[in-house]
Write a protein that binds this ligand. Structure first.
Ligand code: PBG
Length: 326
């Protein structure tokens, strides 16, 4: 039929009509800022993650304050632990006066309105660079690891974490952590489970930032195979039954179908993590003058939200929030 009766362009004719008919809107309140920190007094720009910094304890407070001022209401913390504190069982995770608990207390005192999310996994603390305890034959021991993760979660909760985010992919850890938290009266502390965390090459720059790459082997016996989507729904079912409050898909951009599938199968809030490699692809292209970084950063996040994410972790959070607020 020509000329056409149906003209979708009518709704695109003006900015007012486009704004009126937009289906997905990204807001600063959707975003979580990941922050790297160490115990050193200097703020160190990260070579493996240009534009990001490994903050000193003081520097971190400043970065959190800037995030909050831009409209980002949640941060997630990733510590670089000194080599001499690392061992095969990640003993330092149980230190009530370790880098993470000290930082949580300082943040809570300074910015009580900021939501504090903490990562639960052994890799930054492990001399083997794995998320779990490594047996002599190289296997990652599930149940032994979960016991340690529970201690780690408790230390974080006591220090003021609002949301505990296990990123280790051990089986049964959500239920175990829930029980441990409730056992100490932390019923109100939420669990954001890394439900579908894939064994991804996109984590490379992050491991450089924390010096947390596995010393031997890879993470394929616990993180998911990138070819699998149905398995993500199985992990979702388990995490829901174990009491997760929010579920996560990670990475985000190359796994939009998984975000959409998880969205369709749960009533829980869905989070997605735009990981270090995704961030770096945008930064690298922008720094070469090949892409418009602000526009591409915004569009990549909008795509993740449109796919079904309610919550997005992104290294661009503070900057994008600033753009959205303009
Ligand atoms: C560690 C952890 C990783 C990331 C978040 N938590 C790395 C890994 O599993 O090796 C990756 C984040 C990123 O790449 O931005 N459990």
């Amino acid at each position: 039929m020509f000329p056409p009766i149906h003209r979708p362009r009518r709704n695109r004719r003006s900015a007012a009509l486009r704004d009126l008919t937009r289906e997905t809107v990204l807001t600063a309140a959707d975003l979580v800022q990941p922050l790297f920190l160490h115990a050193d007094a200097e703020d160190t720009p990260l070579e493996s993650l240009p534009g990001q910094t490994r903050w000193s304890p003081d520097g971190l407070l400043g970065a959190a304050e800037r995030a909050l001022e831009a409209g980002v209401r949640a941060v997630v913390l990733f510590p670089k632990i000194a080599d001499e504190l690392k061992d095969s069982r990640g003993t330092e995770v149980a230190n009530e006066d370790g880098l993470i608990p000290r930082t949580l207390r300082a943040l809570k005192e300074r910015m009580p309105e900021l939501a504090l999310i903490t990562d639960v996994a052994l890799d930054p603390y492990s001399s083997d660079g794995h998320d779990g305890v490594v047996a002599e034959d190289g296997r990652i021991l599930n149940d032994e690891t979960v016991e340690i993760l529970c201690r780690q979660a408790l230390v974080q909760a006591r220090a003021g974490a609002d949301v505990i985010a296990p990123s280790d992919m051990m089986d049964g850890r959500v239920a175990a952590i829930r029980e441990a938290l409730d056992g100490e009266g932390f019923e109100e502390v939420a669990i954001l489970s890394y439900t579908a965390k894939y064994a991804s090459a996109f984590y490379g720059p992050f491991r450089g930032a924390l010096d947390s790459a596995p010393k031997a082997g890879d993470k394929k016996t616990y993180q998911m195979d990138p070819g699998n989507q149905r398995e993500a729904l199985r992990e979702l079912m388990l995490d829901e039954s174990e009491g997760a409050d929010m579920v996560m898909v990670k990475p985000a951009g190359p796994y939009l179908d998984v975000i959409a599938a998880v969205r369709e199968h749960t009533q829980l809030p869905v989070a997605a993590y735009q990981v270090s490699g995704e961030y770096l692809m945008i930064e690298a292209a922008a720094r070469s003058g090949w892409l418009d970084r602000e526009a591409v950063a915004l569009e990549s996040l909008l795509g993740i939200k449109r796919a079904g994410a309610d919550v997005i972790l992104t290294y661009h959070a503070t900057e994008v929030a600033g753009l959205l607020g303009r």
